[in-house]
Write a protein of this length. Sequence first.
Length: 309
Amino acid sequence: MTDISPAALRGAVDLSTLRNRPATPPAGAPASAAGVVDVVVDATDETFGQILEVSRTVPVVVDLWAEWCGPCKQLSPIIEKVTRELGGKVLLAKVDVDANPQLAQSFRAQSIPMVVALIAGQPVPMFTGAVPEQQVREVFAQLLQLAAQNGVTGSLDVGEAPATEETAEEPPLPPLHAEAFAAIELGDYAAAVVAYEKALAENPRDEDAIAGLGQVRLLDRVQKLDLQEARAAAAADPLDVQAQFDVADLDLAGGHVDDAFGRLLDLFAQLPSADRTPVRERLIELFGLIGAADPRVIAARNRLSSLLF
């Protein structure tokens, strides 16, 4: 991120419809800076007006995510960790874009994870896509500097954070999983891939390792890509398998699940039978990232089956 300033999002975010909401948030939602019960809250279409008010006291970091989004599951815990370490200098508002379409539309969240800050009600860009912990910390430091420049220097007095699954004591991760997580935090996705592959060699039915491997493979691939170059290459040769893979990866990482599946299914349909296997294998890998029960996966699997038989 090179430009952390409200001007960078001018015209890109419209929060006007979320202002002046009735001050009746449900239990657990912040009615004011003084009433915040935790530095991490779930924000909704109905309660976001209260979040805007809190941003006049401390910067508010808005994490737009979805349950099906693999990169979100990598980024969100890092953001929460850094927020809690700041001890009330920042409020983290988590927004499930599937459950809160008005907020998703207001932030024009064309891809997720998308992280935007609010300072005195004004949006400030942070990052889109999963990023390593060190970069998250650097961006938070810039955010606090900008907030101070704009007179937003308060602090939240939340007392002891409520017990949550994240704060409760948990059993330690298996060594190879811990190795993979440490590599992810450093942005070394290739090393995380190796760790998860070792875990699967020990236990091929390790579902956490299977899911983690798919996610870090995707992150490793997309961090090497340029979006415009990838789309130009794919448009120039619709039957170039690698070019289509690249754009599908970028689409999936950005939350455009149907676009990614549709692209690869169209490619599968056009290729000779002898050349289809890599496309089928990539589709199956991406299905695993989203989840077998997701309706988009079910629809894509049905289309793949019809093309196979």
